[in-house]
Design a protein around this ligand. Structure first.
Ligand code: BGC
Length: 824
């Protein structure tokens, strides 16, 4: 799109000649930019993110809630991703959002990474292919995406400061690869610069000022003409970041550019031409999303009820079912639709599914399709009996607000802001007890006093917990339960405690009428552009059965049922932005629950509700095992369809499932002296497992689906620039099924060390029982190439290449060999 460049900033009405242009380069609020009237640009609006479009500020309208990104990649289906991209574009338009802060194309370098669920895959080709399709579909409708986090943001520990040390080959072949596809193939309109720093062997600097990566590679070599946006609060310099390639500091108001950029331009430290380049980029983005008059964009009619429309429900339901991966099946699945008798639905995640990971990707769904209701709907003649079996949470759950009153008996809790002399500066307010995040502390307020009375209306032992951020003193019935003098600032936004603040907890026994008074005297957190706020989260677990008895009861329900479905998994205490995982174990006593149910009922299906790998010690002894991901609003319906085979769970693992933690090639997420060294180089994910010759529980690309397949033949056509692998296959099963044909490359005699095996292409076939087809799997030139570190260029080392086609990275059925020579 052509953008006028002859209207460069004339003097704003206030300030010097650079003022209005400089002002544009820092957000006006957390989610909006400034207008630039002299370029006729209205404020551009941005919003997270990868699970759906949240909307900005006080927009509390629900958003369509997609399965988490790894689930989308597990479909290996670019056409489905494009349909989801269209939905996201529609959601953005409905919420008046111009730029969606998504997708994440960082790679799943280690299963311990906290944001693993938000990334697509451990493979750069799969990640890039899925991302490119998503970007095209969203941007085609005049909504921008912001691909993130450029670069090296593969883990969360010390996330705002660590330096990812990545060698040149790994940088090019692995970590830059999905971004390169996003820019060169999909023409992405904005890129987010990460919190961390990168040491690429030539320059060690924060991602927001990494000139070699931003200026030389992204904008220079790849010709990126969009906007480089900082991750939220990531920018720590003025001149370095302005020179280093950053275009926009978010969020605002305030921050280093708002304070220092005008002066830096006046003093000649940042050239005016560079200022203009940044302004042009933002205006160009505005033109692309329709924020400048006379720049027509394709906008479908805004559908106000999009998240609940039938077509949305069906698309999400289909995605949930199709993304699910069959990890084991002795024939129990699919369950016959004629299933009668009793179905036992057991497990903590059966009743309380984990539908989205924690952190900035969070959206409020319009509804949640529960597993129990969905099963009952598809099995009308069966009795579906649900039993939690055990808790998977370390902390109590958010309290039922109806149990909370102020000391005066009003529903909610009272909140008074006080100044440094302990004098109230804010009216005493009554806040709904479900509200845990109170922004808008009045000026001068440095502390808050909170009072709540909780009624323990059932006899027995209640677990009560309080979550706060920063310095506090908390009292239960006048007794100090916790005190801290550690003052918190905007770092709490970036830290785990901001998502789930934890504090004191107590077990209190009640005769059914006990009332507990909880008082908290706590600091106001000043988080800059994120506002001034207090966090106060009340948690509560009702009295329940002792844990042993609860398991016993569930096992008895399972034993008496015709079929048992056990749903286990992680939860928001495990998988979130802001921290990495400590281990890969299912929390609580879930393994014990599964083992005992399997022993009690041989007709047991285990469903794993998690985004990232967890160790499944019982995997080989269960009759059937399905991976459900973090499935979003259509969770239960998609699960029911997959269990019954209404829709085939045709997902394939986009990462490696370890059998034991000790086997995982890359475990470390904690930087050493601030440095996270990517010593495994190009051997990310399954490539590392192959290099070390370790056998996982289920390998990359694995997924049984409900089909059986015969691979009939393989042929290679074309040369390095137009290579196609043709694979003939037959559905030898008794039902229509979908197969993802995966083509891997090996270069056994290569003069340069290559991975043992790497994904080079894939394509899918949906065939009726007995049907045969020949699939074309294109292999792009980049899949053949390696980065020559001495000459800083791509090349295809001359020699013999083995193309292996099959069902997964280890189940390879056919191979063909070609001698390739780089003509270029
Ligand atoms: C996250 C980004 C997100 C941004 C805005 C940051 O903390 O790293 O992924 O887009 O917040 O919410």
């Amino acid at each position: 799109m052509t953008v006028q460049t002859d209207l460069h900033g004339t003097a704003g009405s206030h300030g010097g000649p650079y003022r209005s242009r400089v002002t544009l380069l820092t957000g006006a609020t957390s989610w909006t930019l400034h207008a630039l009237p002299e370029r006729m640009l209205r404020p551009i609006v941005v919003s997270d993110g990868p699970i759906g479009v949240r909307g900005v500020d006080e927009d509390t309208r629900p958003s369509a809630q997609l399965p988490s990104p790894t689930a989308l990649a597990a479909t290996w289906d670019p056409a489905l991703i494009a349909r989801l991209g269209t939905l996201i574009a529609g959601e953005a338009r409905r919420k008046r959002v111009d730029v969606v802060l998504s997708p994440v194309v960082n790679l799943q370098r280690t299963p311990y990474g906290g944001r693993h669920f938000e990334a697509f895959s451990e493979d750069p080709l799969l990640t890039g292919t899925i991302a490119a399709e998503f970007i095209r579909a969203v941007q085609e409708r005049g909504v921008a995406v912001c691909v993130k986090h450029f670069l090296g943001n593969e883990s969360e520990t010390e996330r705002t400061s660590y330096l990812a040390k990545i060698g040149e080959r790994a940088l090019r072949e692995v970590y830059l690869a999905p971004f390169e596809k996003a820019v060169r193939e999909a023409g992405v309109w904005s890129v987010m610069a990460a919190y961390n720093g990168i040491d690429d062997g030539y320059e060690a600097s924060p991602a927001t000022e990494h000139s070699r990566l931003l200026n030389d590679v992204l904008k220079g070599e790849w010709g990126f003409d969009g906007v480089v946006i900082s991750d939220w609060l990531a920018t720590s310099s003025t001149v370095e970041s302005a020179l280093g390639g950053l275009d926009l500091v978010m969020p605002g108001p305030g921050g280093p550019w708002a304070e220092g950029l005008e002066k830096a331009v006046e003093e000649g430290l940042v050239p005016e031409s560079l200022l203009d380049d940044k302004v042009d980029r933002i205006v160009r983005l505005g033109a692309r999303v329709g924020a400048v008059p006379g720049t027509p964009v394709t906008v479908d009619a805004v559908q106000r009820n999009l998240p609940v429309m039938q077509s949305t429900r069906e698309l999400l339901r289909e995605t949930v079912a199709r993304s699910m991966v069959v990890l084991g099946n002795n024939g129990l699945l699919p369950l016959p639709v004629s299933t009668v008798g009793t179905v036992a639905l057991i497990g903590p995640n059966a009743l309380d599914p984990f539908v989205q990971g924690g952190g900035s990707a969070f959206v409020t769904a319009p509804y949640l399709a529960s597993a129990q209701q969905a099963l009952q709907d598809v099995l009308p003649y069966a009795v579906v009996k649900a039993d939690r079996g055990t808790s998977a949470y370390a902390h109590a759950r958010p309290i039922d607000p109806s149990l909370v009153t102020t000391p005066d008996g009003e529903p909610g809790y009272s909140l008074t802001f006080v100044d440094e002399h302990d004098v109230p500066v804010g009216e005493e307010r009554i806040v709904p007890a479900s509200e845990s995040w109170n922004r808008e502390a009045p000026l001068g307020a440095i502390r808050a006093r909170i009072r709540a009375v909780v009624t323990l209306d059932q006899p027995g032992d209640h677990r009560i917990g309080v979550g706060v951020s920063g310095a506090h003193t908390i009292r239960f019935d006048g007794e100090v339960a916790s005190t801290s003098t550690t003052w918190a600032d905007h770092d709490v936004i970036l830290d785990s405690s901001a998502n789930h603040p934890n504090g004191p907890a107590a077990v209190l026994s009640s005769d059914g009428g006990r009332r507990v008074t909880i008082e908290s005297n706590q600091q106001v957190v000043d988080a800059g552009a994120y506002g001034r706020f207090v966090r106060f989260l009340l948690r509560h677990d009702l009295p329940g059965l002792p844990p042993d008895e609860e398991i016993e009861r569930a096992v008895a329900v399972a034993a008496a049922a015709d079929t048992a479905i056990v749903v286990v998994g992680t939860n928001e205490e495990t998988e979130s932005e802001g921290w990495d995982r400590r281990d890969l174990q299912l929390p609580g006593r879930q393994n014990e629950l599964v083992e005992r149910v399997i022993a009690a009922n041989p007709r047991t299906v285990v469903v794993v509700n998690a985004g990232a790998p967890v160790i499944l010690p019982w995997l080989e002894s269960a009759a059937a095992v399905l991976w459900w991901w973090l499935p979003g609003q259509e969770a239960g319906n998609g699960l029911a369809d997959a269990l019954l085979g209404v829709t085939e769970p045709s997902g394939r693992l986009p990462w490696t499932l370890p059998a034991a933690e000790a086997d995982v090639p890359v475990k470390e997420t904690t930087p050493v002296d601030g440095v996270l060294d990517y010593t495994e180089g190009i051997d990310i994910g399954y490539r590392g497992w192959e290099r070390l010759d370790r056998t996982p529980a289920r390998e990359f690309g694995f997924g049984l689906g409900y089909g059986t397949w015969q691979y009939d033949g393989i042929e290679l056509h074309g040369g390095p620039d137009d290579l196609v692998v043709q694979v003939a296959l037959t559905n030898t099963g008794s039902r229509q099924a979908r197969e993802v044909v995966q083509v891997y490359l090996e270069a056994p005699d290569s003069p340069v060390e290559r991975p043992v095996r790497w994904l080079a292409g894939f394509a899918a076939a949906e065939l009726a029982a007995g049907e045969s087809a020949t699939l074309r799997v294109p292999v792009g030139r980049r899949a053949l190439e390696t980065w020559n570190v001495a000459q800083h260029r791509w090349e295809i080392p001359e020699g013999r290449y083995v193309f292996r086609a099959g069902r997964s990275s280890r189940d390879l059925r056919l191979s063909a060999t070609a001698s390739l020579k780089d003509a270029g």
